[in-house]
Structure formats: structure tokens, C-alpha cells
Design a protein around this ligand. Sequence first.
Ligand code: GAR
Length: 200
Amino acid sequence: MLTVAVLISGAGSNLRALLEAAAEPDFPARVIVVGADREADGFGHAEYFGIPTFLVPFEQFDSREAWGAELGAQLAVWQPDLVVLSGLMRLLPADLVAAWSPRIINTHPAYLPEFPGAHGVRDALAAGVDQTGASVILVDAGVDSGPILAQERVPVLPGDDEHALHDRIKPVERRLLIDVVRRVATGDLDLAAAARASAP
Ligand code: GAR
């Protein structure tokens, strides 16, 4: 059984979907802990499923590195097989990424490498594209720049605002995330091989 730590910043709707999937008896992974950089609403989903949580408030640290060191210490307590960034809206320090790579993945509401960063949905709308998407990637030291593990297109419809478009992307994102976690757990997806395949 693959053990998973999920890191969030916000509502945790993707976390919720993963918790629901993991509650199915035949799902090959389980979430063992949920962490956040702020008092995230998504903690409510962890509590509902009886999953422990930890909070490492970003603003209480002098530097990203100090924050990342504490985050790493918390993860080390739980020793998950996989770390899932599910709406964690912070760039992790490079040493933390190096410590967990390739066992750390991220979801993003755009068809990477299009529209990386904190406003993937807004940026796609601003660019006037007629399709965007959802991606699940390996985390590297850059901003949403790691190797792509799964992605799917989502159309931009006339009249879409950021909220409507994000609401249509999220179900796709959830499905991709759950599928990637399942494939990692069953061995169908080898994260080390995916990292090697895209190494320069
Ligand atoms: C998700 O769409 C996730 O991809 C995005 O934040 C949302 C979190 O929603 N993350 C990023 O944009 C990271 N660059 P949730 O808290 O309801 O799961």
C-alpha cells in the first residue's frame, strides 16, 4: 500500500477527491497525513476522514529555506512513499525538492508548459486561448517546470470567467491526479524513470 502525504493551501477539493478514492477498498494508496502552509479550509476534509494534519505557517519563518526545513522535518516524521502538492501555493526550496525527488508530484490547472505559476486559469483566459487543460507533473526546482506525468485538454467556452473555467478544469485535474497516484502505487508509473527520461 502506497502511503501519501498531501500538501495544500486552500479549499482542498482535489484532496477531498483523493481521500474519497483512497477510501475505496481496492484503491492501492492511502493518505496518511495532510499538511499546509496556512490554516487551509481543506483541513476539514482531512478531519472528516480522520487523517492527521500538520501546519507549517509560512509567515512564521524568516526565509523560504527555514520554512522548507520545518516542512521537511514534518514529512520526515510521516515517511510517506509519495508527496502530493495539491494546491500548495508556495514554491518549495530546492533542497526540499531534491530530498523528495522523484517522489513528489504536483497538480496544475493548465496544460503545462502553458501558463505555469499561481494564476494558470486567469492567465489562460487573459491570453484568449480556446483551450487550456490540467496537468500532473513531477516537482523540480522550477515553477511548474517538472516532467509531465499526465495531462488533458479542457476547452475554454464563450463567457467563461476564471471561476467557471476553473470549475470545469478541476474535475479533470482530480481524475488525472487519482489515476497518477493509482499508477504509481501499482508500479504502472515509475517516477524515477519519468525523471530520468526527461533529464537533459
Ligand atoms: C487546483 O486547481 C490546483 O491545481 C491549483 O490550485 C487549485 C487548488 O484547488 N494549484 C496551482 O495553481 C499550483 N500552481 P483545491 O484546493 O480546491 O484542491
